[in-house]
Design a protein. Structure first.
Length: 228
């Protein structure tokens, strides 16, 4: 029985990590599509989201079946609960990647502001790095690394503030960029929320290691989290 559980647990870890990489790739493609006004790539992200949703459902089914069949306790149960909780955060990151892709379709043809698009590109790369780093922390059950990844969310917030200020300036000085700047703001908001969801996963990695749920983003109010 123990051998069977260990095999299922290993499959669970692998499938969760694969889902995380799928989300990372979706974020990368959606941001590239947006700043390059690549409508075809944007459609690829939108169509591909079903694979992320499908993976979430399969992982949820597997975790519940493992709990029912093996009735795990202590660290084994934490392993399963961590995946069950974290897949929801990954799926929401995928949803935000889709939202960015949809913004690409809307923004096509609007006046471009290269400086803002460059900043969005950097912000997107940073968000993607956070996803990949938290997956590494999960695989290694490295709570300290998870804490460091959560701290990177502060930089995501800084990027958002910079883009926000740039957009407001453009709206005031060049009315033709109002519609495009509004889309820039939305994309920056989606990326900022992705950073928050990565922080949530970091919290589950800490829980996986020590069994305690720890708030790694105490400056974020519960109301803000609910609105996401």
């Amino acid at each position: 029985m123990r051998l069977l559980f260990d095999e299922e647990q290993e499959k669970l870890h692998i499938r969760f990590s694969e889902m995380g990489m799928m989300v990372s790739e979706a974020i990368h493609k959606s941001v590239r599509a947006f700043i390059n006004h690549d409508k075809e790539l944007a459609h690829e992200v939108i169509v591909g989201d079903y694979k992320i949703n499908e993976r979430e459902m399969k992982l949820e089914k597997q975790t519940l079946e493992m709990i029912a069949l093996y009735q795990p306790v202590t660290s084994d149960l934490r392993d399963i609960v961590t995946v069950l909780k974290a897949i929801s955060d990954l799926e929401r990151m995928g949803d935000h990647a889709v939202s960015i892709a949809r913004s690409t379709i809307r923004v096509k043809g609007n006046p471009r502001v290269t400086e803002i698009e460059d900043e969005i590109g950097i912000m997107g790369d940073h968000a993607r790095k956070m996803v990949e780093e938290v997956l590494t922390a999960y695989i290694k059950k490295d709570a300290e690394k998870a804490r460091k990844v959560a701290n990177l969310d502060l930089e995501v917030d800084e990027y958002f503030t910079t883009i926000y200020d740039q957009c407001i300036h453009e709206m005031k000085t060049n009315p033709e960029t109002v519609v495009g700047s509004a889309d820039y703001l939305m994309v920056a908001t989606y990326l900022e929320r992705i950073g928050d969801y990565v922080t949530n996963v970091c919290e589950w990695v800490v829980y996986l290691k020590n069994g305690r749920i720890t708030e790694l983003n105490p400056g974020k109010s519960e109301l803000e989290k609910e609105n996401e």
